[in-house]
Design a protein around this ligand. Sequence first.
Ligand SMILES: [Zn+2]
Length: 146
Amino acid sequence: MTVRCAECGGSGDSAGHCRVLFERLLALEFSHVEPWGPLHGLTVAVHALQHPDQFAATDPTGWWTSLHVYVAHGFESAARMWAGAPGGSGVAPFTDTPPMAPKPAAFTVTISDVAGPQQDFPASGHVERVDRWARATHAELIGVSA
Ligand SMILES: [Zn+2]
């Protein structure tokens, strides 16, 4: 049976599917192995922005800035920011982050899409799937369709 996530709109086999996938992804990222490890700052930001109720205690500004810097200035700039500001909410060298639109009821690309057909985040194509997830989410959160 397929259940839609109440927060991001992604489909899975249980209501907690996104959380299970996110924990699976974190385990890969904490191995610090490419392609997963270097994308940690970005995937946490996108996942949190798509699931604000799960991260309600944290100000989303840092995540939105992380995502915007990645999309507008590229991975290298974002990686430098993450290295200097753990958690992405420290002093950022960029001030052009636009305001964030209200979250849509469902996002076009969700963590389930990033996980792939076997839902196990295969290395092949991972960077491209995360990039698509990030860019679609960014476009939807500034109110411009992807
Ligand atoms: Zn979800």
